[in-house]
Each structure stands twice: as structure tokens, then as C-alpha cells.
Design a protein around this ligand. Sequence first.
Ligand code: PGA
Length: 252
Amino acid sequence: MSKRRRLIAGNWKMNKTTSEARDYAMAFLEKVGDVTDLDMVICAPFTALAVLKEELEESIVHIGAQNMYHEAKGAFTGEISAEMLKDLACTYVILGHSERREYLKEDDELIAKKVKAALEAGLTPILCVGENLTLREAGKALAFVRGQVEKDLVDLQPAELRKVVIAYEPIWAIGTGKTASAEDAQEMCSAIRSTLAGIAGAVAQEIRILYGGSVKPGNIAELVAQPDIDGALVGGASLEASEFAQIIQNAR
Ligand code: PGA
């Protein structure tokens, strides 16, 4: 048995108004309010965080954001700082999601700054990495993802690295209904852990690595049974409180 505590994270992406977020939080808590053997986090749009703070701050469900900026304050129109997220009871933040890398042109240099800033502020970053189909078919997936991990975690001390969560999300599996096989996901998560060992030594054994990409109630158990998969980052199947609660039950 690994010492690592499992983590199931929901990523709502650009979904839910404040009233939808409130209804969800109430329904979700009714189903998972007694789950204490793993960590749960809902990563919501910035606009829903104040409502989640009201509904979830006193509960065992953690609150997360889906992005932040690395500067502390100032003339950065439209951006949100780590302190602002903490003020809304956030303890997690997704960074470097493939949708932001692709549509918002975030690169590894920027993502590394965000990871460092999140850690300095005391937030737990969920750093997303993963290859596209072209890289996978060319046999370059492992090298590409190892490179992302190295670039995005540059200049961090082992004590900081211990607090990072990595989410391996193959882009071809996101929102497509095509999950990576448990074996392929394990192979990559094991490669990520050995990359982490190269950077942080024994601390790599403490770092949680999640799988993401079409996770559902029916495939979560097989995924978390793998030795290097410590949980999941769930997009589409986190949008219904009852389906996400079922994923959590099946991950225990
Ligand atoms: P999906 O998204 O579960 O809808 O595939 C996962 C993610 O992008 O985090």
C-alpha cells in the first residue's frame, strides 16, 4: 500500500453559474460529506468560488481554481493572484492545463513561474502535463512529458516539490471518451515518478500523480489500482454531482 493519500479533483472548466454552483455543492455534500479516506477538490471558475466558499469552506471538500497569475498584484488586467484565491478559501489551483497551453498559448516558462508562485503562497498546484496524438503515435510521448515535468518544476527545492500534484492528461483522451488504458497510464505515471526522482530524490515517492482524460465511474477503480496513479482529474464527469460522487465512491 502506498503512503500517498488519494486525491480526486473535479475540473468544471467553463461551466456553471453561481446558482448552479450552489445547487451542486449542496447535492454533492449530501453524498460525500462522510468521505474521509481520500481528498476531494472541486476546481471551479473564478466566478463560482465565492459561492463554493460559503457552501464548502467548513466541509471536507476542498476548493480549487483553474488558473492564476504569478505576480502578487499590480497592472495585470484580467488576472487573478494567489492571495485572491486564498481569500476565497482555495487550497488548490490547476496550472498548465492543456486547454490553456493550446488556446491561451501558455508555455512552460510561464507555467513554471505560476507553479512557484502558487507554492510560495501556500496553494497546492495541480500541474497538468500530457502529449497529443501526433507525439504518441510517433513514440515520443514519454520524452515529451518528462521534458514538461522538468521544465515546469525548474528551480524548486525538494521541500516545495513534495507539495506539488501532477496530473497526467493525454490530450487525445480529454473529453473524447477515449481513456488511456490503465497500463499506458501507469507506464507514463511511473516515468513521471522516475523523472521526479531525478529532480527531488526520495521525495518523489511522496508526490501525488493523477490521471486525467475521460475518467468515469466505470474506469476509475482500475486506474487507481495502478501503483503510480494516486487519483484522477475529472472534467466532463464532474459536472453532475451524483456522477462525480460515484467516481469518488469507486476510487475508495
Ligand atoms: P475529461 O477532462 O474528464 O472531460 O476528459 C479532463 C480534464 O481536462 O481535466
